[in-house]
Ligand binder design. Structure first.
Ligand SMILES: Nc1nc2c(ncn2[C@@H]2O[C@H](COP(=O)(O)OP(=O)(O)OP(=O)(O)O)[C@@H](O)[C@H]2O)c(=O)[nH]1
Length: 658
């Protein structure tokens, strides 16, 4: 259903509802579960052993569910309360305990879906609830859809003050299209300006959900949490698995733990497995011995075995990061079963080069990237070479925040220091000439790296990636936001009121136009009230040119970009100016030029200057002078030589920000 117009989706939704399919359970039977024990054990109380017996939970008393919402609507806070009320963690100062990565705690956002198993007593029966807390930001949609493919129902959380936002709509459709049971929950009813009834109207109008099914809670103050748990048990169906069949275990996540090697998270479809068993990977035929098997409570706790319907982690003697692929199926040695279909690859939207700060550090960077991509399968990797930066990688990400977070994780979790080049989208071109087609291997080429764009003389058609975007805004900002969309080459497709004061705008954009600063501009124009979400909408023919930049006549390949012809002059000027402000003055004049087809369209000069750091050091204090010179040498490490010009390593990304 992706690609359908918003209103077509709504119609389909209503049609489904009529057919009483709305609460039909998904047939997909697995659960995503994640842990990053090495980075965050200290944040959680650790259980040495499970305070319950997994044998006590037949599938009828297991529920696999996820929490989905727009950014900051309170998913992780609700997860905290659920963990507390079920006794998984002690009551107290719990603050987004499932946000385990250092990057998540620093930025206050969820980046990876995380899971915990909870035990809850309901009507005299104990239930095993496997909860997934998902990210809200559009760049991490892949995590959400993977999580949804692994559970049978969702809690759709909406902020009682902000109401339905762009990612609420996107996440609702992800769950709806997967035919999951949806439990609508309005959160933050404790806020002074909360409007739960208005928000309930929005949910009803937009998603055709009966208002009496909507729960109203405060995750922060712990109001209504028991009703949420009751709804999870009453409304979400149990998994349908067979314990008597041969083992069929599905890898839904894996990551590299620096002490324990590869850890795989498994959902058991059929059969059972226990520590010491020998299991075979369906994709490579390799057999491993299970060294430790357990569940997340909420960190890894060994259980010794896992039955069908349950989810947990497994450690086996697997040292190579390439062996535990997300989407693989495992079975008992010599008892093969049919492999499960696995996950669809994510489509990267943004590409950038990553190079080590020093060429000698390339092997460390390669190992860090391999380990991190084991945990983040949405990143696409390709070896790349740059005349100035040496050997490195060209990586594909789902957005700029994703790229930023990946870079930060490389540094924080693997001590890798990298240079990131200017990000770009993937363009497509059609070329002519037998020789050229033979050279490029096809008459249609996807250009991931702008400096590899063929010469214009052989190109007959340029195409650029498009997105279908949704903006939700208070109506008072509609005029200025419409103008902003037009300024970014957006085509307004639809506008509709979702209640008396708020408007939903559907816009088609070239992806390149919203990549860098559109979101910031939208937020500042609407005083933070507008929200934005988008999805891939294929390619469209466009009028593109290649922009080259030179420093003292020497081309800087890492700065080459492709842009719409109407943007060329303005972009060239902006980049030249940025370079002028970013590159420190040196002992000679530096001329910065922006060119299209060798024709100069923008130019800046950086005046000569020698920074004598010891100039203020009068007298003969040699130790002070040495210290200043040492600091200067340290500063120079952060520079990169291109020709004879030193460029700060972060310049490539800085110049793109407007
Ligand atoms: N007043 C009030 N604040 C809440 C409530 N629930 C969450 N918050 C606050 O809202 C902010 C965002 O909460 P999170 O739980 O991090 O939201 P999230 O949806 O997990 O955020 P992302 O993972 O970044 O999408 C935090 O400052 C919470 O303290 C609530 O019921 N009432």
């Amino acid at each position: 259903m992706t690609g359908l117009h918003f209103w077509q989706r709504l119609l389909l939704l209503r049609w489904h509802r009529q057919l009483k399919l709305f609460t039909k359970a998904s047939s997909i039977n697995c659960l995503v579960q994640k842990s990053y024990l090495s980075t965050s054990v200290s944040l959680l109380q650790q259980h040495q052993q499970l305070p319950f017996d997994l044998n006590d939970f037949p599938v009828e008393r297991i529920r696999n569910f996820s929490i989905i919402a727009h950014v900051d609507h309170g998913k992780s806070t609700l997860a905290d309360r659920l963990l507390e009320i079920t006794g998984t963690i002690p009551k107290g100062d719990n603050n987004q305990v499932l946000d385990r990565l250092p990057v998540e705690r620093e930025r206050g956002i969820t980046v990876k879906a995380q899971t915990a198993s909870l035990i809850y007593k309901y009507k005299d029966q104990e239930y095993l609830l496997n909860l997934i807390d998902t990210p809200g930001h559009v760049d991490f949609h892949y995590e959400v859809s993977r999580s949804l493919a692994a559970c049978h129902g969702v809690i759709l959380l909406v902020d009682a003050n902000q109401g339905v936002q762009a990612q609420t709509v996107a996440n609702f459709y992800l769950a709806f299209e997967a035919e999951l049971t949806i439990i609508p929950v309005i959160n933050k009813i404790d806020l002074k300006n909360a409007q739960p009834d208005v928000v309930a109207d929005q949910i009803h109008n937009l998603f055709d959900i009966d208002k009496k099914d909507i729960l109203k809670i405060s995750a922060k103050q712990g109001i209504g949490i028991e009703e949420v748990l009751a709804a999870v048990i009453e409304r979400i169906p149990c998994p349908k698995h067979d314990r008597k069949k041969p083992l069929k275990a599905f890898v839904f996540d894996s990551w590299y733990d620096r002490y324990k090697g590869v850890v795989a998270h498994l959902a058991i479809y059929d059969g059972f497995m226990k520590t010491g068993d020998r299991i075979t990977c369906a994709s490579n035929g390799k057999t491993y011995e299970l060294i430790e098997v357990g569940v997340m409570y909420p960190t890894q706790v060994p259980s010794g075995f896992l039955y069908a319907g349950q989810v947990g982690y497994a450690m086996m003697n697997m040292r190579n990061t390439n062996e535990a692929k997300i989407g693989d199926t495992f079975y008992h040695e010599n008892i093969p079963v049919e492999a499960l279909p696995g996950f669809k690859d994510a489509t990267p939207m943004v590409f950038a080069g990553m190079f080590p700060s020093e060429q000698s550090e390339f092997p460390q960077m390669r190992s860090a990237i391999e380990k991190l991509t084991l945990n983040d399968r949405s990143v696409q990797i390709k070896i790349d070479n740059s005349p100035a930066l040496g050997q490195g990688y060209r990586l594909g990400f789902l957005g700029l925040l994703h790229m930023d977070v990946f870079n930060q994780r490389l540094q924080q979790e693997f001590d890798a220091s990298v240079i990131v080049t200017a990000p770009n989208v993937a363009f497509k071109v059609k070329i002519i000439g037998e020789k050229n087609i033979k050279h490029y291997g096809s008459n249609e080429i996807t250009v991931l790296n702008p400096c590899l764009m063929p010469i214009p003389e052989i190109i007959t058609e340029y195409r650029e990636p498009m997105v279908d975007a949704t903006v939700i805004t208070p109506a008072s900002y509609m005029a200025s936001i419409t103008q902003l969309c037009l300024d970014h080459r957006g085509r307004i497709k639809d506008q509709s009121y979702i209640d008396d004061t708020r408007v939903l705008i559907q816009v088609k954009f070239p992806l390149a136009e919203i990549l860098v600063d559109f979101f910031d501009e939208l937020k500042s124009l609407s005083s933070g009230y507008a929200s934005f979400d988008y999805q891939d909408a294929g390619y469209e023919i466009s009028d593109l040119v290649k922009l080259d930049f030179t420093l003292n006549g020497r081309e800087v390949e890492e700065l080459t970009m492709i842009c719409h012809v109407s943007r060329a002059r303005e972009t060239a000027r902006r980049v030249c100016e940025k370079l002028k402000n970013t590159i420190p003055r040196q002992q000679f004049v530096i001329t910065v030029q922006g060119k299209v087809n060798q024709k100069v369209i923008a130019r800046e000069d950086i005046k000569a200057y020698r920074k004598d750091v010891t100039a203020k050091c009068y007298g003969g204090d040699i130790t002070r002078k040495m210290k200043l010179l040492k600091n200067q040498a340290e500063g120079k490490k952060k520079l990169r030589l291109i020709g004879n010009v030193e460029i700060p390593k972060d310049a490539f990304i800085k110049i793109l920000k407007r």
